[in-house]
Each structure stands twice: as C-alpha cells, then as structure tokens.
Design a protein around this ligand. Structure first.
Ligand SMILES: Cc1ncc(COP(=O)(O)O)c(C=O)c1O
Length: 430
C-alpha cells in the first residue's frame, strides 16, 4: 500500500496546524497505515492521495447515510446554491424543513437549525436550564455529547466551574439515575440520554426499556426536560426519534450528522412542553441559516420517508456481522461485535474476555491494507450505497487479514493509543 503522498501532507500539516490535526479527524491514535487525507469520495468508497481505494465503513463518522455524492440530494444543494444560500436572512426552505421535521419526528412540534451536533446539544442543555431556571443536568457517565467546554472529553482548557452542574449516572442503571436525581434536589433541570450506549472502546448496549421509561418519569415527576441526543444514531435506528420504538418520547432531541447526507446542518427538535424554554435562549451562528444544506436536508428526509435505506443498512450490517463471526470462528479469533448491526463496534477480546488492543489494532491495520477503512475503537456506520458485493469484499479482506496477522507478542501497536487505552481499560491501582 502506497502512503507517500499522505505522509507528505501530514508533514506539511504538522508545520501549519497544531499536531497536524485535531479532534477525531487526527489519525495519530489509529493504526499507522490509516490515511488522514482523502482526495475523493463517492458512494461507499474513499480514495486517498496515493490512489488507494477503500470501502468506507466509517461513513464520515455518520453523515454518509445514502452514499457520498448522492445525485438527487446534491442536485437540490446545487439548485438552492444558485438561488440563495447564506444571506441577510433565511430563505423559505427554513420553514419548509422545520415543517418536514415536525411531520417526521413524533415528539417534535418545532425545530431550530444550527451547524454541528455540539450546537444542538448545547442548545438542548440551555433549554433544560431555561425551562424552570434550574441548573443540574443528569448525564450518563462517559457519554459523548460533543466538544464544547461543558462536554469535551479532555480536561485541557476547561474549568471545573463549566462542569459544576452535571451529575453523572450509569447508562441503563435506574438506581444510579435516581441517586443522581436525589443529588440534584430542587435544582434538577433535566436528563440527557443517548439512543443506545455508544461510547468508544466499550461494548455498545441497547437501552433497557425500563431505563428509558424511568428517564421520562423522572422528567415528568420533577418538572425537568428530557433530551435524547440523536446526533450519532438519528435515522439509523428508525425513521423517528431513536426511542420511538420503545414508546418513550423526549421533550428535546438533538440531531446532526446524517440529516442532510453530509451537508452541514444540525438541529434541535422539541415538543410544546419545551417550546417556551427554547424561545428564551439566545442562540445563533453566522452560517446556521444557509439555505443550500437545508434544501439537501429536505431531499434527505424525503428519501428517508420513501426509500428502503433503513432496511438495506440493517440487512448489510447483518450480512457483515454474520460473515465476520464466521471468519473469526474459522481463524479462532475472539471477535466482539456490539451495537446495532448498522452501527457496529468491532473489536477483539482476549480469551479471558478483556479487550485485546494489540489484536484489534493488528486486525484494523490489515483491513486498511486490504482496502477497507476500518476503525479500531469507534463504532462504524453502514451506508445505504453499500451492496452485497461490497460486504463480500470486506469479508474477503477480513479473511486475508486473519490469515496474515503479525506475531502479536512482537507487534508494535500505536504507542499513543496503547498508553491512552490501557489506562482506561485497567482498573486504577488501589
Ligand atoms: C452523540 C453525539 N452527540 C454530539 C456529537 C457532536 O456532534 P458534532 O461533532 O457534529 O459537533 C456527536 C459527534 O460525534 C455525537 O456522537
């Protein structure tokens, strides 16, 4: 696999960008062969600058739902760009898109648009606090809600004061949720929940219906607002808010990533119960009202409603999961596949059940070398442009990889990742 041109871009970036890249777009924690820069994306494929083609299991970390460069969605984007995009005020497509979301998502009576998932979760947080003028918000420990000072995972540049009014509970654990509520006392403002437990490295977990219902009951009983953060999983679990099938509807839901198939837009949706609070907070952004991404989102919602994209991504995910189980079984590899099949976290365990990071990294490296963009510790995303043939190619890559794994006792996994993750996985010394 050629890597020279990517290496050259990395070298240039290191001079003009701190660390050469920031956030999860940095490949510093990934297997060394992972390209950081890409020259082209189409359908389910990515091409790097060295001419390598990858079947992309990451789907842009979620936004790619229907395939990169989708003809109908991009045509709407371009059409709108020719009329009006970013201007002194929004275009009528702003209202149309809000109407479409209100039609599509059961709990939604209104919508507010922004750019990134973090904008939407931050607005949700502000609305919780504006609802009754209270401060304490309950958040599942380890859950990712974005990269603003209140939620970014690393401590640098963040003051304790910015985190002072969060109380952390364990996902799916009603007792810990109730304990967090008791700590909040009469300063309780609301609860954040992700659709399922989808943190990096740890096994993904489906929501226990009793937990989902308890979140709702607590917010009803104590006059707080309930938030489902659907930024990552929105429209990948169902065509409504992700807890709809559990019969649990939030007051607020945050969305981003897939809602315009990669065009830049996110939103906060809410019920009438949260309308007044959302109307009080001052939020805006120079680019939040740009019309082209909204037109792309209108078309994406139409395809979500009318196409079988969801059933396809689930079927492709199942095919991949079953195939990988077979490949792993015949190679004797202890694979761990968790999460919905269309949003899989694929790692490997030791025979004692702990994460085997070296095997996971060696496998990922093999997959990338064999033409599959594969992530060693983040959940991946199946997109609707994937075909049976693509999945079969991924399985062939997995078979080749499993037969050509390096000797793990001498394998040099990424040392930065090893240090970071071993500290997370091993219990702190007593
Ligand atoms: C659940 C969840 N919330 C919020 C965010 C933040 O979204 P963004 O990166 O668009 O700001 C993410 C991003 O991965 C996410 O997965």
């Amino acid at each position: 696999m050629k890597t020279e041109r990517n290496a050259d871009l990395l070298k240039r970036a290191a001079k003009v960008v701190p660390n050469g890249m920031y956030g999860h777009q940095s490949t510093a924690m990934l297997p060394g062969v992972t390209p950081q820069f890409f020259a082209r994306a189409k359908g389910t494929y990515l091409w790097d600058y060295d001419g390598n083609r990858f079947i992309d299991l990451m789907s842009a970390y979620g936004p790619n739902l229907f395939g990169y460069g989708h003809a109908e969605i991009d045509a709407e984007y371009v059409r709108q760009l020719g009329e009006i995009d970013g201007a002194t005020g929004p275009s009528g497509v702003f209202v149309e898109l809000a109407e479409r979301f209100v039609d599509q998502v059961t709990h939604a009576d209104w919508a507010m648009f922004c750019k990134n998932g973090t904008d939407a979760t931050t607005m949700a947080l502000m609305a919780c606090r504006a609802h009754r003028g209270r401060r304490k918000v309950l958040i599942a420990s380890g859950a990712y809600h974005g990269a603003a000072p209140w939620c970014t995972p690393l401590p640098y540049g963040v003051t304790d004061e910015e985190r002072a009014h969060f109380i952390y509970y364990q996902y799916n654990d009603v007792e810990s949720l109730e304990a967090a509520l008791a700590k909040a006392g009469d300063d309780f403002a609301g609860v954040f929940a992700t659709p399922h437990k989808h943190e990096i490295i740890s096994d993904q977990e489906a929501p226990d219906p009793a937990y989902a219902k308890a979140v709702r009951d607590i917010c009803d009983g104590h006059d707080g607002l309930m938030v489902v953060d659907d930024v990552r999983a929105g429209f990948r679990i169902n065509r409504d808010c992700s807890w709809h099938h559990l019969g649990v509807e939030p007051d607020l839901s945050s969305w981003g990533k897939a809602i315009a198939n990669g065009h830049p837009i996110s939103c906060l949706l809410g019920s009438d119960r949260a309308r007044e609070a959302a109307g009080k907070i001052f939020v805006t952004g120079s680019f939040w009202f740009a019309a082209a991404a909204m037109a792309a989102s209108v078309k994406t919602l139409e395809l979500i409603r009318q196409s079988d994209y969801l059933e396809r991504t689930i079927a492709m995910g199942d095919r991949l999961r079953n195939g990988l189980d077979q490949v792993a079984a015949s190679a004797g590899l202890p694979i761990s596949q968790t999460g919905p099949a269309q949003m899989p976290l694929i790692m490997f365990n030791t025979d004692k059940g702990a994460r085997d990071l070296a095997l996971t990294y060696a496998f990922s490296e093999g997959m990338i070398t064999n033409g599959v963009h594969f992530h060693p510790y983040h959940n991946m995303f199946i997109n609707a442009a994937m075909t049976d043939q693509d999945i079969d190619q991924i399985l062939e890559a997995a078979e080749t990889t499993s037969k050509t794994l390096p000797d793990l006792s001498t394998y040099q996994m990424n040392p930065m990742a090893k240090a970071a993750f071993q500290a997370r996985l091993e219990p702190a010394p007593a």
